[in-house]
Design a protein around this ligand. Structure first.
Ligand code: FAD
Length: 330
């Protein structure tokens, strides 16, 4: 168990419980995946406020205000926060947490959340609690350890719990009937020595891997990038699925880094996960074993992937996948 006393004053009675949920936006568009933080916050009970910052965030804030269960949106309109640089964003969020007197702060365990929340916790002299998949009570949180092979329940004695949650464990809050007030958050406008220079974004017309309802992933069994593109992509398109990959496929250059599923890649839990030419190493399973239906195609009947698969096909993927794709074509 995580038992640590903080130097901050204890906030005391349970009735004071209130949660700030970090919402993500880009270019004024609310990232609806980040509404998982709201679902987790609702599970704690007590009032839930949302926090958004960036350039021209009014539209995203108004959209978030309609989400069921949020009482208030704190919005900070300042282009300094648009790119989500954690060096700028952490002092901003810490100030808003202090001003609002929150007992819990929740962000999704995304690249942004993972980058930001440890810094926020450090600024407040707190211990961060990562990758939570369930909330046992206001101080106890359930999280996977050892690449998902064991589940730990950790207890935090800190007066403010700074948490990241696994999005797949908390379906994003929906609803459009909410009437949260949108108010200005505090903006400390602290300068930072870190400057945003540029970014190169991978663009794809396919569904986003983390939130797709179907995923087709390819592994080292594909043998080359060309084969990955010729075999995996048509199947994904026939199913309307996102494309994923094992780390071996990414390291071999068959697929882009952003497509890696697993312990050091993305965690997905779609309705259907198809593993093609993937052996099923524990580090890969850590990223997909909570999928509703797992289908595996592998020529080795003893491959570990078949131990977690609901449906298995033993055969040569270069023959089986094109056949399947042909049958699935409208
Ligand atoms: P392999 O294990 O080589 O499996 C290839 C499979 O393809 C085999 O089962 C084979 O039978 C099958 N095959 C070959 N040819 C055919 C064919 N013609 N038809 C049908 N089947 C065929 N891995 C991840 O995926 N994600 C991670 O996030 C991740 N993080 C890691 C973190 C750490 C710290 C470490 C140490 C490892 C991590 N790994 C991760 C790597 C992991 O241990 C495995 O090495 C990797 O998942 C193997 O990828 P693979 O299944 O594609 O390749």
């Amino acid at each position: 168990p995580l038992l640590r006393r903080s130097f901050l004053p204890n906030l005391g009675a349970r009735s004071l419980l209130s949660t700030l949920a970090l919402l993500e936006q880009r270019g004024g568009q609310l990232n609806r995946g980040s509404l998982s933080a709201v679902s987790a916050a609702k599970k704690l009970g007590g009032p839930v406020h949302g926090f958004l910052a960036g350039e021209n965030v009014t539209g995203a804030a108004e959209e978030a205000a309609k989400v069921h269960g949020i009482e208030k949106i704190l919005a900070v309109d300042n282009e300094a926060y648009e790119k989500g640089l954690p060096e700028n964003f952490a002092p901003l969020l810490a100030e808003n947490i202090k001003k609002g007197g929150y007992t819990h702060v929740i962000a999704s365990h995304t690249a942004f959340g993972k980058n930001l929340m440890p810094r926020v916790a450090a600024l407040l002299d707190l211990q961060q609690i990562s990758d939570v998949v369930d909330i046992a009570d206001e101080s106890s949180f359930v999280r996977p350890i050892y690449a998902g092979n064991a589940i730990a329940t950790v207890e935090s004695m800190d007066p403010i719990k700074v948490i990241t949650i696994r999005g797949t464990a908390f379906p994003a809050s929906e609803g459009s009937s909410g009437t949260a007030a949108v108010v200005k958050g505090v903006d400390p406008q602290q300068g930072s020595s870190t400057e945003w220079v540029s970014e190169e974004l991978t663009k794809s017309d396919r569904p986003e891997l983390s939130t797709a309802s179907k995923v087709v992933s390819g592994g080292r069994g594909l043998k080359s990038k060309q084969d990955f593109d010729n075999v995996i992509l048509p199947l994904a398109d026939a199913l309307g699925a996102a494309v994923g990959a094992s780390r071996a496929a990414v390291d071999s250059g068959y697929a882009d880094n952003s497509l890696q599923v697993g312990q050091t890649g993305k965690v997905v839990a779609p309705q259907l996960y198809m593993a093609v030419g993937i052996s099923g190493a524990i580090q890969h399973l850590a990223g997909m074993k909570d999928s509703k239906v797992i289908a595996a195609i592998n020529k080795d009947a003893d491959a570990p992937i078949f131990q977690v698969a609901d449906v298995g096909l033993v055969g040569d993927l270069f023959q089986k996948v094109p056949e399947l794709t042909e049958k699935l074509k409208p």
